[in-house]
Design a binder for this molecule. Structure first.
Ligand code: NAD
Ligand code: ZN
Length: 662
């Protein structure tokens, strides 16, 4: 195919992919769509004479099927994309001396809110950029953060992104397992396309403002202007040069998984509204803004097979074996498929091209099938097993999701999983004996319960092929070290259903001195512990009773099941510098002595050692807002509103250093 034909083909593909995407059922992942645009852009640059007409690269959105078309007062555009620091630097060079804000690029649906004499007159989608859809009733019913009235006269237009929070999305899918939503962006788009608010009740969204058009009286600074009208503003941070902007971009990328909304990049934008307007526009993007794209968290790949894996609690979970795909920063070959009900609801088959999502450290999972037209007819149903793949005992089903369990306590796969779990970092941390060795030792009958690790001897290990003096010694030393495991990590290591790592930590903080004390406590005393519910209490009581003989063996073999010093509630002297203070930390933190950046969780721990309780957002109960560099004005304004004292990190560092904490 020659370049001219390829250009035509790509342009057609883009048009049909956009149609599908903007009507709420994308056929490919965003990253794959972006790659097609990139290819077209490169070809057109090389062969400008074959530029397609119309050129989809100069268009916005898609000519949506509109229920109630409304023409925008000024076009709602796309954004110019950047992926390299040089492009950020070039943006600053274009606007010398202009203040710039950097904010998350929220992955939702853009909306224009038109206020007339202070009343919300219309909420309109972007549509094809020129004409959008009037979705006012849906927005009034479902979107938080859209004030029905603002204090102004004349015409004011506020633009921003309506997003479905990740927590809302997860809760919705939890209660709608038969018809799950594929990702928060699609959920938002689909919701605002509904004709009837009742059909999409429960799909709440939140509006974050990032653009303001107001003729008179509003502040020149974008953020201040939006805030005065009472909007929740996208988290904007002021940056004076490209290096500072690059730092904020990195911060946003690093923090993206701690946030309750999806974002796919960061947006740089002139902070001054007049300067932004004066910069003008290109065919489909404003000149006064730039989108910095992050690595994709979703890609499609082929589901090669499904393997049913026996877990440490006997749960039999479907694991997707995938053709390797680079997503969320690593190559993924395995992903979870949740349970048989989820597979059924999503209609996934072996051989399908599936959407895989991997965000942060979360285990990758299969979100669903995007394009069923890719099917060849060779795809196979995923058939759940009726018997345990390890011990062949019939399985039982539990709960609404019909999760499968092997209840055979002697099931070999479960035994191995439990042993591996006991040896894992979060539990006893026997780092010199890896999963492969544990499996071998279990096969030969040397290991069955965690307590069996503590009967292994160097002589016994030396009988194995490929175990020499050095490695045997290392293994025994590693086991020996793990005898100090203590209450919290031993309880994690025993893999009690429903009990999380947090449960273990809370029991220690609540004053339990040993694992036996937890076993003897009874459900009533357990539920009295903060955040421990009746189900967890019942599970702890039942399983620890069953594990009694194992606890005795562990003790006999010199394993400590007593609470460790580090797991006790921090005893903070009343003269600790931050004793009794509730604090919020914001901005970039660096150690003043070395100038090195300090991750926020590390700094937070230091403050906690000094007696502070750290929370994530400023409220009336906050005592101090500790500010690092590049602080978002949002937090500062909130602090002012609640009369919260703002202190620079240098003051806190000085106190931490003086108290010998840092
Ligand atoms: N999967 C597919 O088939 C498919 C098809 C078409 C488009 N897409 C995806 O859609 C996106 C492209 O759409 P686009 O070019 O119209 O949008 P864009 O990526 O250029 O961004 C413009 C949009 O960003 C949003 N935005 C979020 N936060 C913002 C902020 N802080 N400031 C300003 N704007 C902000 C606005 O809604 C605005 O309309 C890409 O992510 C692309 O991958 C996917
Ligand atoms: Zn089994």
């Amino acid at each position: 195919m020659n370049a001219q034909e390829r250009i035509r083909e790509l342009a057609d593909q883009i048009v049909s992919l956009r149609d599908a995407y903007y009507s709420g059922s994308p056929l490919v992942a965003d990253a794959e769509y972006d790659a097609i645009e990139d290819e077209l852009r490169a070809l057109v640059a090389a062969h400008p004479e074959w530029t397609p007409d119309p050129n989809p690269l100069e268009q916005v959105g898609a000519p949506a099927v509109l229920h109630a078309p409304v023409r925008h007062s000024r076009p709602m555009l796309s954004l110019e994309k950047a992926t390299k620091p040089e492009q950020v630097a070039a943006f600053f060079d274009r606007f010398p001396g202009q203040p710039v804000v950097v904010m998350p690029k929220l992955d939702g649906l853009s909306l224009a809110l038109v206020y007339e004499d202070g009343r919300l007159a219309r909420a309109v989608t972007r549509g094809d950029g020129t004409t959008g859809d009037d979705v006012t009733p849906l927005v009034r019913a479902l979107v938080d953060g859209v004030p029905p009235k603002i204090d102004t006269s004349g015409r004011v237009e506020v633009r921003g992104e309506a997003v479905m929070l990740r927590s809302t999305f997860a809760a919705y899918n939890e209660t709608h397992q038969d018809k799950p939503l594929i990702n928060p962006r699609n959920a938002a788009a689909g919701t605002l396309r509904a004709k009837d608010p009742a059909a999409v009740a429960g799909r709440r969204m939140v509006f974050f403002a990032f653009d303001l058009d107001a003729s008179d009286g509003a502040a020149a600074d974008l953020e201040q202007g939006l805030r005065t009208f009472g909007f929740t503003v996208a988290d904007m941070r002021h940056c004076s040069d490209a290096a500072a902007a690059q730092d904020v971009i990195s911060d946003i990328e690093r923090e993206r998984n701690e946030l309750d909304y999806d974002l796919d990049g960061a947006v740089l934008r002139l902070a001054n509204r007049d300067a932004y307007s004066a910069a003008g526009t290109r065919s489909n993007s404003p000149r006064g803004a730039l989108a910095y794209k992050f690595a994709a968290e979703e890609k499609t790949t082929v589901l090669a097979d499904v393997v049913w894996d026996v877990g440490k609690t006997g749960k039999i979970a479907p694991v997707a074996w995938l053709e390797p795909v680079f997503v969320g920063g690593t190559t993924v070959t395995r992903a979870t498929l949740a349970n048989q009900e989820v597979i059924r609801a999503k209609g996934i088959r072996i051989g399908d091209t599936v959407l895989v999502r991997r965000a942060g450290d979360v285990i990758p999972f299969v979100a669903g099938v995007l394009d069923e037209s890719k099917r060849t007819g060779e795809e196979q149903e995923i058939v759940p097993p009726t018997h345990c793949p390890s011990c062949a005992q019939p399985l039982t089903e539990q709960g609404n999701s019909r999760e499968l369990f092997c209840t055979n306590v002697a099931c070999p796969a479960q035994t191995v999983r439990r042993l591996i779990h006991w040896a894992s970092r979060a539990a006893a941390d026997i780092d010199a004996i890896g999963p492969v060795w544990i499996e071998r030792l279990a096969e030969t009958g040397l290991l069955e319960n965690p307590s069996d690790f503590y009967t292994l001897t160097k002589e016994r290990l030396l009988e194995f092929d490929r175990v020499g003096e050095t490695s045997a010694t290392r293994m025994i030393e590693s086991i020996d070290k793990s005898r100090a495991v203590g209450l919290r990590r031993a309880l994690i290591g025993l893999a009690i259903p429903m009990a999380s790592e947090g449960t273990s930590a809370r029991l220690c903080k609540a004053g339990f001195g040993s694992l036996e004390e937890v076993a003897d406590a009874g459900e009533e005393r357990l539920v009295a512990v903060e955040d421990i519910g009746p189900k967890v209490a019942a599970s702890l009581t039942e399983h620890l009773a069953r594990l009694r003989p194992e606890l005795e063996r562990l003790r006999e073999r010199g394993v400590s099941l007593d609470v460790r010093e580090e797991d006790l509630p921090a005893v903070v002297a009343s003269d600790a510098p931050l004793a009794g203070k509730t604090i919020v930390i914001t901005g970039t933190i660096s150690d003043p002595r070395s100038g090195e950046k300090v991750p926020r969780p590390t700094f937070q721990r230091l403050c906690e050692k000094a007696g502070a309780t750290a929370t994530s957002s400023v409220s009336a109960t906050t005592d101090l807002l500790v500010t690092g560099a590049d602080v978002g004005a949002a937090k500062l304004t909130k602090a002012e509103k609640h009369d919260v004292e703002v202190v620079d990190q240098s003051v806190i560092w000085a106190q931490l250093i003086a108290a010998g904490i840092a």
